[in-house]
Design a protein around this ligand. Structure first.
Ligand code: 5GP
Length: 237
């Protein structure tokens, strides 16, 4: 597989074309951003840790029957993935109240959510990723009703797999964000990434934050803590 020119540069990853028109290479960079790109820092080793973390999680999801775009690790910081036409919405599931839910509704951080809460956000940094619902998504043509139903079902299926995976490793999966796309056959496939940059993980006993909130809130030891999460899951770095 030969890497070709850059297709797109996101806040933390760069996407490259390859000599296969159905495949892309994702490069996980050390750039770490928060507040819609207002705070950006380079954190040494983060690209490598997130690339291997994402590959491990996506492989567990594939084993559980959830189709993902990840094909293979191609270097410490790069993965080969299927090319998808991305749907421009973020799917968030929350098992415990935190983050924007707490700010929006004035509820207490740490409250368990039964059933878990599902939310859609439009991917748009300039508008600060506003919350949208099914009607906006269908009316503006971002996805069909059937695709919305698939995204919801898959996001909850991911919850069942990953809640247990993290629980077994002594952590609570508080919430997470997924993005989906359509493959060349028009099937919904999980894209983007699953790393501590896009989820919240708390230690089960101490409730120590083990995700990007360490960066957002200036708590320090960001990559060190991501490595601790990876080691608890048995990921080889
Ligand atoms: P919140 O809405 O509380 O800010 O985020 C909910 C969950 O989705 C958190 O785990 C957060 O990390 C993730 N999330 C939401 N929006 C984004 C985003 O634009 N980028 C990343 N990396 N994660 C996001």
């Amino acid at each position: 597989m030969e890497k070709r020119e850059e297709l797109y540069r996101g806040k933390a990853k760069t996407v490259y074309l390859t000599d296969d028109s159905d495949k892309l290479i994702l490069l996980f960079r050390n750039d770490t951003s928060a507040f819609d790109g207002e705070k950006i820092e380079q954190l040494e080793r983060k690209g490598e840790v997130n690339n291997k973390f994402n590959h491990f999680i996506m492989s567990r999801l594939e084993e559980a029957g959830i189709s993902t775009q990840v094909e293979a690790l191609v270097s410490d910081t790069e993965s080969l993935v299927k090319k998808l036409k991305m749907i421009p919405v973020e799917c968030v599931v929350r098992n415990v109240a935190a983050g924007s839910l707490v700010r929006r509704l004035g509820v207490e951080e740490g409250q368990s959510l039964n059933p878990p809460v599902f939310e859609f956000f439009l991917k748009n940094d300039a508008l600060h990723d506003p919350m949208v619902n099914d009607f906006h998504i269908v009316s503006f043509g971002w996805a069909t009703e059937a695709q919305i139903a698939s995204m919801k079902a898959l996001t909850f299926a991911v919850n069942n797999v990953l809640k247990k995976l993290f629980d077994d490793a002594g952590m609570i999966l508080v919430d997470y964000k997924l993005e989906f796309g359509l493959d060349k056959d028009g099937e919904i496939v999980l894209g983007d990434e699953f790393t501590p940059d896009g989820c919240r993980l708390w230690d089960k006993e101490t409730r120590k934050k083990m995700d990007k909130d360490r960066f957002r809130q200036g708590l320090g030891s960001v990559v060190e803590t991501y490595i601790e999460v990876a080691e608890r899951l048995g990921i080889k770095l």
